[in-house]
Design a protein around this ligand. Structure first.
Ligand code: GLN
Length: 188
């Protein structure tokens, strides 16, 4: 049976993910309000944007607890950039964490002003891919998760069981490998 992916569409770069999924022939729909999560889906994407805004909207809309429970129950989830921050168990600097389902620590806006946004190519799970960073976080403590990518000595992608996170934006790059990796995870 073909897979359906829900894309959290409260704020940020959700439309770009939907475009990639449609290029891959994967059906997707947007989660904007609480009733949307009653639809059936096999995986969830949490996009880049602003983690504080998305975290507040998740709570205000009543989506926070149901989404957290689904992830803890094994729903495959892919968080990019702000999405990675929303999934992280802790955020450096004592900031309040959000869904906190992924046992890693992240540092927000971690590359400073000079390097707010940059583009590079590096290995993700052993394959060289393009990586676009926009006021990106990195993983400062990998905890019990598995490192999938490092660049410039910083961890920028990881997996823990049903959860995949990248500090960079595959939805803004001309490459499908990270999506293929997530689809493989969904099939496991
Ligand atoms: N700086 C943003 C945050 O802290 C993340 C940036 C992004 O998602 N491109 O939430």
């Amino acid at each position: 049976m073909s897979k359906v992916i829900a894309v959290l569409a409260l704020q940020g770069a959700f439309a770009e993910h939907e475009k990639k999924l449609s290029e891959l022939g994967i059906e997707s729909f947007e989660i904007r309000r609480l009733p949307d999560i009653d639809r059936s889906f096999d995986g969830l994407i949490i996009p880049g944007g602003e983690s504080t805004v998305q975290g507040k909207l998740l709570r205000d809309l009543g989506l926070f607890d149901p989404i957290k429970k689904r992830i803890e129950g094994g729903l495959p989830v892919f968080g990019t950039c702000a999405g990675m921050i929303l999934l992280a168990q802790s955020i450096e600097g004592g900031e309040q964490s959000h869904l906190a389902t992924m046992p890693v620590t992240v540092k927000r806006n971690a590359y400073g002003r000079q390097l707010g946004s940059f583009f590079t190519r590096d290995n993700f799970n052993g394959r060289e891919i393009p990586m676009s960073f926009i006021r990106a976080p990195y993983i400062s403590d990998i905890g019990s998760a598995e490192i999938l990518a490092e660049t410039g000595g910083k961890i920028v992608a990881a997996r823990y069981e049903n959860q995949l996170v990248t500090a960079f934006h595959p939805e803004l790059c001309d490459d499908m490998y990270v999506y293929e990796y997530f689809l493989t995870m969904m099939g496991e």
